[in-house]
Design a binder for this molecule. Structure first.
Ligand code: ATP
Ligand code: MG
Length: 180
């Protein structure tokens, strides 16, 4: 499913609003150490509903907000949007274009939007589940993740295969129904 654009504003080292456009095929992001390459994949995982500050290399979710530098004052919020071309309805959503946004304020207030309408984290996760690109999926492989997958327990590995096969969505629904 085509991810066409990523907009990062006030997230980690991206003090200024930055747009990254993706063409078809493979996109390579290159740059010196510490230039923000990993911050880009973290921004993508964050919009998709990442809830662990630790896995984003912070201790609190507010740590993702640009902390300021010698010449720039800290940002008061972080906002990231992912823009998808959904003409083929690869995402379970009615529109041709899908914009998923997450925003966090210094107060800790956090919100998610799909095409500018407020939604719950659960709705964002459901949108991506079974699309093969959820924030925890094999579509995004961070530094060290390959080793982690190879060393993981069989049950953890099984859930990655279930997600790739598109059955995890039903399993999650079944678990939720059992709890209620
Ligand atoms: P490497 O090649 O070493 O993997 P990289 O290009 O992946 O490097 P990142 O890890 O994405 O680099 O970026 C690290 C930079 O982001 C550091 O300079 C760090 O200070 C900066 N950074 C992280 N969080 C924030 C924040 N909240 N505010 C400002 N800068 C931040
Ligand atoms: Mg890196």
């Amino acid at each position: 499913m085509p991810l066409t654009e990523l907009i990062i504003d006030g997230f980690k080292s991206f003090a200024e609003k930055t747009k990254i456009q993706f063409d078809t095929g493979i996109t390579g992001i290159v740059g010196p150490n510490g230039s923000g390459k990993s911050n880009i994949t973290e921004a993508i995982r964050w919009v998709m509903g990442e809830s662990s500050a630790k896995s984003l290399r912070g201790s609190n979710m507010k740590d993702v907000i640009f902390a300021g530098s010698e010449f720039r004052k800290p940002a008061n919020h972080a906002e990231v949007s992912l823009i998808f071309d959904n003409k083929k309805r690869e995402l379970n959503f009615k529109d041709d274009k899908v914009v998923v946004t997450r925003r966090i304020l210094r107060s800790g207030d956090n919100e998610y939007l799909i095409n500018k309408r407020n939604v719950r984290q659960k709705d964002v996760r459901a949108l991506f589940l079974d699309s093969g690109i959820s924030q925890d999926s094999l579509a995004i492989i961070s530094q060290g993740r390959v080793d982690q997958i190879l060393n993981s327990r069989p049950e953890e590995r099984r859930s990655l295969f279930e997600e790739a096969a598109g059955v995890l969505h039903f399993k999650k629904q079944k678990e939720e129904a059992a709890v209620q």
